[in-house]
Write a protein that binds this ligand. Structure first.
Ligand code: AOF
Ligand code: ZN
Length: 374
């Protein structure tokens, strides 16, 4: 039977989907480096053979299409470009990919999903079509979208994606009554937590956690870039010796978020140490207004935030309904009286609790990782 007449059997994926899957795998290699840009992969195929490939490697560097098409000669009329995200048509930190595609004379382009960036969002495809390129959109669309779910959320809502992460004992404690917490989870889980840091643009904790644990909030157990460290500190009580106040040594930036109640003088002292101090309004209890904070972070290109505690901060985010995902590591450990992961949420009946419709439960080192999405 001649190949082109063969009827597709159930479960068999089309050639386009097969190449798109390869492009998706390539895209994932940028995972810990590209944000707040999306991960993007691209392939150039001629007569069923991949002749070139590329992916977006690092924020600010060349786009996937540039890597894939750059080394090729012009006149690619018989070639198909597979790209997981719609090619851009604007000048960002790099030139428009649509121009490159047209210059190389690519005959056909297969796109996974449209770019939610309002500067692109369908215009990239239109420009190519108007120039006579055959464009197919929506191959493995759901997978291509899911790959960049944090980027889509940020672009579509103008707010960063928020993940809460904590490690707890079986009785729901994140520390003992005296505040000791190192370590509740095993090294493999802590390594995993560092990977989560590397794929978020910011890691956020309250000043209480800084005072008690003096965390560095950097990526150390895995390779990846440091997220911005965001410290909630409504009155600027962060101790002078805190490690987060030495951004040069740690690498990356520290932003302290405070309220107008904080003393100006302290703010200047902190800024002199290379830390950025941001002031946002306070809520009725005098704490940083989280909604306003998230809007401010989104405007500063923070597309996702990993909230690591403490209890008060985790509780405030949940109470404000600002959470998209929770990573909860549960260790085979009982601590008894101590600090609870989450405090008062005014839940009277079980059915008033926050139930997560989508979740996975995995083993992680000596713990169980409950990974929930809203
Ligand atoms: C593509 N291919 O590989 C990526 C795209 O500042 P720039 O120039 O890096 O542009 C960033 C925007 O470009 C980003 O917000 C998203 O809309 C798009 N990302 N587009 O054609 C790529 N990474
Ligand atoms: Zn581009």
């Amino acid at each position: 039977m001649r190949r082109q007449w063969r009827v597709k059997r159930k479960g068999e994926i089309s050639q386009d989907a097969r190449f798109m899957k390869l492009a998706l795998d390539l895209a994932k290699r940028g995972e810990s480096w590209v944000s707040p840009n999306p991960m993007v992969g691209a392939l150039v195929v001629v007569e069923g053979r991949v002749i070139s490939k590329g992916y977006h490697r690092r924020f600010g560097e060349g786009h996937a299409e540039v890597e894939a098409l750059g080394p090729l000669e012009e006149n690619l009329q018989r070639a198909t470009l597979y790209v997981t995200l719609e090619p851009c048509c604007h000048w960002g930190k790099t030139p428009p990919c649509t121009e490159l595609i047209l210059r190389k004379g690519v005959g056909r382009v297969v796109v996974g999903v449209l770019d939610p960036n309002p500067q692109v969002s369908g215009r990239g495809v239109r420009i190519l079509r108007e120039a006579g390129v055959e464009v197919k959109v929506g191959v493995l669309e759901e997978e291509c979208r899911r790959l960049n779910h944090r980027f889509f959320y940020w672009m579509e809502r103008g707010l960063p994606w928020v993940t809460l992460k904590w490690a707890q004992s079986m009785d729901g404690r994140i520390a003992t009554a005296s505040g000791h917490s190192q370590w509740i989870s095993s090294l493999p889980s802590r390594r995993r937590a560092h990977r989560f840091r590397s794929i978020h643009d910011a890691v956020l904790v309250g000043v209480g956690t800084v005072a008690k644990d003096d965390p560095r909030l950097t990526v150390r157990h895995v390779r990846g870039r440091n997220p911005v460290r965001v410290i909630l500190d409504s009155r600027l009580r962060v101790p002078d010796h805190a490690k987060v106040l030495d951004p040069e040594l740690l690498g990356g930036e520290t932003w302290i978020v405070t309220t107008p109640q904080a003393p100006m003088e302290r703010s200047r002292t902190l800024e002199a140490r290379g830390v950025r101090v941001l002031s946002v309004g306070s809520d009725p209890s005098g704490r940083v207004d989280l909604q306003e904070l998230l809007r401010l972070l989104a405007d500063r290109e923070i597309s996702s935030v990993l909230v690591e505690g403490g209890s008060q901060v985790l509780t405030s985010f949940l109470r404000a309904g600002l959470v998209q995902r929770i990573l909860c590591f549960v260790a085979p450990l009982i601590l008894g009286r101590g600090i609870e992961a989450v405090g008062e949420l005014a839940v009277g009946r079980v059915d008033q609790g926050i139930r997560f419709p989508r979740y996975t439960i995995q083993r992680s080192g000596e713990e169980v990782l409950v990974d929930c999405f809203l």
